[in-house]
Ligand binder design. Structure first.
Ligand code: IFM
Length: 727
């Protein structure tokens, strides 16, 4: 049961939601959980990782490939369509263990019942491939027409992105290739079918698609079956994407659906064996946590391509398909502990995009690396200066995410350092990791502002994790993370002493001699807000405690429109202490060993009622700190909220008028952290693994594996304690 996500009944109002919930993918592509007969109005999309296009001055976003699964059955010229036909029963199911999507619909037709069943998966063994088996049967004999092929008229938020469509067909293989408007990327999709029945076949070509039309008389009670192997290649993969796609689709189809599925399932079994977390005593939590892990596994660049995980995964073009701090701060730990090679791929993306970060620092008059708030393929920042649209005037609002959310560089440096500490692989530092860390530290050195009257450096005019308060001074989280970045830059230079030649080369290349001295000065002089001696509270930023102290509900009641943005110049939260997401609590979670339990508890209690949790990144952090304080019952509802965000679809869908729906991989990673690092209390220090369980009341036992320096460890915890053994 806890491996299956099932929905029954038509539920057409949830079409967009189910598109996210029933997503399949393999790191290269994500295919939304829509029906085969659907089109762009239902947000059908095959979203591609790491390949972007801009149309005019609209937002740059990832490219959706033409839909190779398009299939429509007609009975006596009547379309069998979940949207419009009479339906007796309908179900949609995701088998997470095997990463397979299934659909079964029974239609009521003049000729009696018509049953359609389909099954699909995004191949985990060859990430260019998608496979589908489609079958149907009729209660009474009738004339049928099946149209199946590649639909190039696709959903885009800021498109269309594809032009110059070319169609191809040979034998059972058809293909479409098109060219993107901005960078002239070629995208090719090929589809080869096998079928169990004879039919009159005709080729249909439209402006943007190619289809086969199969006409025949279907006998009552016979199951007619079709399998499709869809291959996708782009000019980022190969010079001749069309040839590659045709070849791949054709040869995959020769193996047969079952063989391909077995290989795919074996690979998923392998992934699950390293990443599953079993919970005894709470089926609901088990399902939600597995689902979170499923989402991480389907989105990650397992195959070594240098891409990272966008904020909405591969569920569509929301948030411009961009990479945020979400990856390093919320998802990376899961990969570091369960799939370190994939964690390295994520880190490689930041190393590869260092020049983009350097350019951004220069653009704002700073030195070093200022990573993009919304990073695309070369590290360019897709975040616009006007990133939210006002619901009243419909005008873009000036926001400061791009220019002031400087904590992003610290997240990148910290992610690289954590990866290095876990793997102890000096090559990671030598091959670009140290360079990124040093450049991030240099950025803070250049951003810091010396206040002679206070004899300290400050970080002024920033936005912390709580985006509702813009342009604040000394956001405690940002200052602490910047201080940590300086610290790890100094430590990275020390570690590089193991290879003095490489160290010298790097210092020379970066002309870093003077910076090294300055980092010491900054380390000693950078102001990091401390807990107040009487209250134990850390002020989120200078002047935060002077703001109106009110409740989330009061602030919500002031909204004139439910989609109104809470932050920015006129936002309802901006002049109050109401925050969007964990900020000081995140700081305390990350640096938990540096603060007393009392300080952590007081801040949790102060900030929690003032937090809207308007970001899916928030509840998991409250869960983690609650576990650290020793209160799993406080933590549990936040864990459940995080882990089930993509199952319930209960997340914010709009920022101003801008659609921000999709899957939430940061929350998925947060759910894993809350369970494993929080409830099980897993810690690795100096290569030593320990657990300190604080299981919620219902949970009797948790078991999971982790990978540490090529060894696999099995861990079991109960309320009484835990055990760790090498496998
Ligand atoms: O990175 C987050 C940010 O912290 C809150 N708004 C959404 C972004 C993408 O998930």
């Amino acid at each position: 049961m806890s491996w299956h996500v099932i929905e029954t009944g038509r539920q057409l109002e949830k079409t967009v939601d189910f598109g996210n919930k029933f997503l399949i993918g393999n790191g290269y592509l994500g295919y939304r959980g829509t029906m085969e007969e659907y089109g762009k109005e239902e947000l059908v999309a095959c979203n591609l990782a790491g390949i972007y296009d801009q149309r005019g001055s609209a937002w740059r976003e990832p490219i959706n490939a033409p839909n190779g699964f398009y299939t429509q059955l007609f009975i006596d010229n009547q379309a069998m369509d979940l949207r419009t036909s009479e339906v007796i029963t309908h179900s949609q199911e995701l088998d997470m263990q095997r990463a397979v999507h299934q659909r079964k619909t029974v239609f009521a037709e003049k000729v009696g019942e018509v049953t359609i069943e389909s099954e699909r998966f995004a191949s985990s063994t060859d990430n260019h491939l998608l496979h589908m088996r489609y079958s149907f049967s009729l209660e009474k004999t009738a004339r049928v027409r099946l149209v199946t092929g590649i639909d190039g008229d696709i959903w885009d938020i800021n498109g269309p992105h594809l032009f110059d469509y070319d169609e191809y067909s040979e034998g059972q293989t058809i293909a479409v290739s098109a060219v993107s408007g901005e960078l002239k990327h070629k995208i090719a999709v090929a589809d080869t079918i096998s079928r169990t029945f004879e039919a009159e076949e005709q080729l249909l070509e439209t402006e943007k698609g190619v289809f086969r039309q199969l006409d025949f008389t279907a006998q009552a009670g016979v199951v007619y079956q079709l399998t499709k192997s869809v291959a996708i290649y782009t000019s980022q993969d190969t010079k001749e994407p069309l040839d590659e796609a045709v070849k791949a689709s054709f040869s995959a189809n020769q193996f047969g659906y079952e063989v391909l599925k077995q290989a795919h399932e074996a690979e998923w079994q392998n992934r699950w064996s390293l990443s599953d977390v079993e919970i005894e005593g709470d089926d609901e939590a088990q399902l939600a946590l597995r689902y979170s892990i499923y989402q991480l596994l389907l989105t990650a660049p397992y195959h070594g391509q240098t891409t990272s995980i966008p904020a909405r995964g591969l569920s569509g073009q929301t948030y411009k398909g961009a990479i945020f701090w979400d990856t390093e701060m919320f998802m990376l730990p899961f990969f570091l502990y369960t799939a370190p090679e994939t964690a390295k791929n994520l880190i490689d993306y930041r190393i590869k995009t260092l020049n983009g970060a350097r350019d951004k620092a220069k653009e704002y008059g700073f030195r070093g690396a200022f990573y993009a708030w919304e990073s695309q393929e070369s590290g360019q920042d897709a975040c616009s200066d006007y990133n939210v649209t006002d619901v009243f005037t419909n005008r873009p609002m000036r926001t400061y995410f791009r220019d002031k959310q400087i904590h992003i560089s610290a997240a990148v440096a910290c992610g690289i350092w954590q990866t290095y500490l876990m793997t102890e692989d000096l090559n990671l530092l030598i091959n670009g990791g140290a360079e990124v860390i040093l450049e991030c530290a240099r950025f803070y050195n250049s951003y810091a502002y010396y206040r002679p009257e206070k004899e300290r450096f400050e970080l002024i005019d920033v936005i912390g994790p709580d985006e509702y308060h813009e342009r604040v001074y000394n956001n405690a989280y940002t200052n602490k993370m910047a201080a940590y970045t300086i610290d790890i830059a100094i430590q990275a230079l020390e570690r590089l002493e193991a290879d003095p030649t490489k160290r010298e080369e790097l210092i020379r290349k970066l002309d870093y001699q003077r910076d090294m001295e300055q980092l010491q000065t900054l380390k000693e002089g950078l102001y990091v807000p401390k807990p107040n001696e009487q209250t134990g509270l850390i002020e989120q930023f200078d002047g935060y405690f002077d703001l109106e102290d009110t409740t989330v509900e009061t602030v919500r009641s002031r909204l004139l429109d439910p989609k109104e943005y809470w932050g920015g110049a006129y936002g309802v939260a901006a002049d109050t202490q109401i925050l969007k997401q964990a900020d000081v609590v995140l700081l305390l979670t990350l640096f938990k060993d540096e603060y007393s339990k009392e300080v952590k508890k007081r801040n949790w209690q102060y900030y929690e009622p003032r937090t809207e949790h308007g970001s899916s990144l928030s509840p998991c952090i409250y869960a983690l700190l609650a576990c650290d304080i020793g209160d799993p019952e406080w933590a549990y509802p936040y864990f459940m909220k995080t882990a089930s965000v993509d199952l319930t679809g209960a997340s914010k869908q709009f920022a101003g008028t801008i659609y921000i729906g999709g899957t939430h991989p940061a929350a998925n990673g947060g759910a894993w952290m809350a369970a494993v690092l929080g409830f099980a209390g897993l810690e690795i220090k100096d290569g030593e693994i320990s657990v300190n369980p604080k299981l919620p009341e219902k949970w009797q036992k948790m078991s999971f594996s982790i990978q540490l320096k090529q060894e696999i460890y099995r861990i079991e915890v109960t309320k009484e304690g835990g055990s760790v053994w090498k496998q």
